[in-house]
Design a protein around this ligand. Structure first.
Ligand code: FAD
Ligand code: UDP
Length: 371
């Protein structure tokens, strides 16, 4: 007799969604996480009365009504709309690229056709198929915008010249010919009031959770206590890197508390030039409109991945994708282990997509059509 139906490795959004739904269908579930907190990378910590997004800024946005209804059944969401600012030297521009951006970049732009005239003129310098990210970006928005708003940011992000990066990374750059600074196209958007940790805490209510508990400290034991394992850690680590290590980009976060009520007037300011090494400064209080004399900032520095750091962005180039595919084949042969989430699937997942994929996984696992 096993103690549990499911052992869920990882208390991030994939693990928490799976655990919550399996539990509500009468299954006995144990969740473990090697960190000292739940919520994985969406974890928020209260500092000076402000919910600080400890692993980078997270804005919930989705077109899936079922996912939106699901998260709203645990906590109320506010009506935060992401409208980042781009700063380069002493100029500021609105993102995503829209009429507010274009009319500030070019003095004679008032209408969408004025903007298109400039963009089309500048695009002309690229003949034929774009061969790299620089050519791709110029062929989409022209050189002026590329140099002010894309080049520096992207080179800092990937630690690589844009001429040496593949074009596909930037295939879809939103160019909007309207005076609208909303970054996302999705129908639903917001921030959980009280922070993401509260959301995940409520999802895990009634479920046994063990923190500071690493699956690899005793794999045989953890496998022996449950009928099935839901594994949301890195896929290559599960197989002891037997085929080699998958590549990741990492981030370093520098958190500052200031005796100031308002530092930058916006939650997200992107620094798109090389004059500073960070790519973003997050002022967390603006996510939830907190009124206080203090403010908490996070400076975000892109970084190469080194042993012991967090894995943030999968490097989905050809070499890594081929390796990930080989690991997926090994994973398919593990009959009592389900692999899910961004680390185990080696892909960039938005929060709503990771929840949606956990929905599908639970349906398949429990043999049901509706949750
Ligand atoms: P995770 O949250 O990483 O959870 C995996 C958990 O497994 C971790 O807690 C880890 O400690 C645990 N674990 C791993 N190995 C073991 C082990 N051996 N034993 C025990 N536990 C283990 N998405 C959006 O929709 N909007 C955004 O604005 C947004 N911003 C982002 C900003 C950044 C900088 C990044 C990197 C991502 C962003 N995302 C955003 C994506 C979002 O973070 C992911 O969709 C989400 O966190 C994925 O959840 P997950 O459960 O797959 O992984
Ligand atoms: N990007 C850019 N300038 C910006 C913001 C984004 O050039 O101010 C490009 C950059 O190449 C980046 C990509 O768009 O890697 C995706 O950025 P986004 O902020 O949408 O996603 P994130 O990297 O934060 O997950």
């Amino acid at each position: 007799m096993k103690n549990y139906d499911y052992l869920v490795v990882g208390a991030g959004l994939f693990g928490a969604t799976f655990a919550n739904l399996a539990h509500s269908h009468g299954k006995k579930v144990l969740v473990i996480d090697k960190r000292n907190h739940i919520a994985g990378n969406v974890y928020t910590e209260n500092i000076e009365g402000i919910n600080v997004h400890k692993y980078g800024a997270h804005i919930f946005h989705t077109d899936y009504k079922d996912v939106w209804d699901y998260v709203n059944s645990f906590v109320e969401f506010n009506r935060y709309t992401n409208s980042p600012i781009a700063r380069i030297n002493n100029e500021v521009y609105n993102l995503p690229f829209n009429m507010n951006t274009f009319s500030k970049i070019w003095d004679d732009v008032f209408t969408p056709s004025d903007a298109m005239r400039h963009i089309n003129e500048e695009k002309n310098e690229i003949k034929g198929e774009p061969k790299n990210l620089e050519e791709q970006a110029i062929s989409l928005v022209g050189r002026t915008i590329y140099e002010k708003l894309i080049k520096g940011y992207t080179e800092k992000q990937w630690n690589c010249n844009c001429k040496d990066l593949p074009a596909f990374i930037i295939k879809r750059l939103p160019v909007r010919l309207v005076y609208d600074n909303n970054y996302f196209n999705d129908r639903y958007q917001g921030i959980p009031i009280g922070g993401y940790t509260k959301l995940v805490e409520n999802m895990l209510e009634g479920i046994e959770v063990k923190l500071n508990t690493n699956f690899f400290d005793d794999v045989e034991y953890y496998k022996s206590i449950a009928n099935k394992v839901v594994y949301t850690g890195p896929i290559d680590e599960y197989f002891n890197y037997s085929l080699g290590k998958l590549g990741w980009r990492s981030l370093k976060f520098d958190i500052k508390v200031l005796d100031k009520d308002n530092f930058q007037g916006n939650a997200v300011v992107n620094y798109t030039g090389h004059e500073v090494k960070y790519t973003r400064v997050i002022e967390h209080k603006h996510f939830e409109n907190v009124k206080s004399d203090k403010t908490v900032l996070t400076y975000e520095y892109p970084s190469d991945y080194e042993e012991g750091m967090e894995k943030y962005y999968a490097i989905n180039d050809n070499k890594n994708n081929v390796l990930a595919e080989k690991y997926r084949k090994l994973a398919d042969a593990e009959n009592t282990v389900i692999f899910g989430g961004r680390l185990a699937e080696y892909k960039y997942y938005d929060m709503d997509d990771v929840i949606k994929s956990a929905f599908e996984c639970v349906k398949k696992e429990l043999g049901i059509d509706e949750l």
